[in-house]
Design a protein around this ligand. Sequence first.
Ligand SMILES: [Zn+2]
Length: 80
Amino acid sequence: MIQATTNSNSLRCEWCAACGTETTMVKPEQAAVIAGVTVRVVNSWVESDLVHFLETSEGLLLVCVNSLGLIREMRQQSEQ
Ligand SMILES: [Zn+2]
């Protein structure tokens, strides 16, 4: 599902404390595309601590792709 975007440089590898490893971190806009939801939903996940996220020194919010995968699985199970 993760398409190569024209702006692939925006994919960053960052340390995710929740995963305990380096993961791909994406902007909320990209996280929304990956998860198939709106940015508003991603923001609500961040506020509810449902996804892993970090704030860069530039004040940029980045969401852990690993945690998005977990949410996708949860959603698919609940839709069955
Ligand atoms: Zn994580």
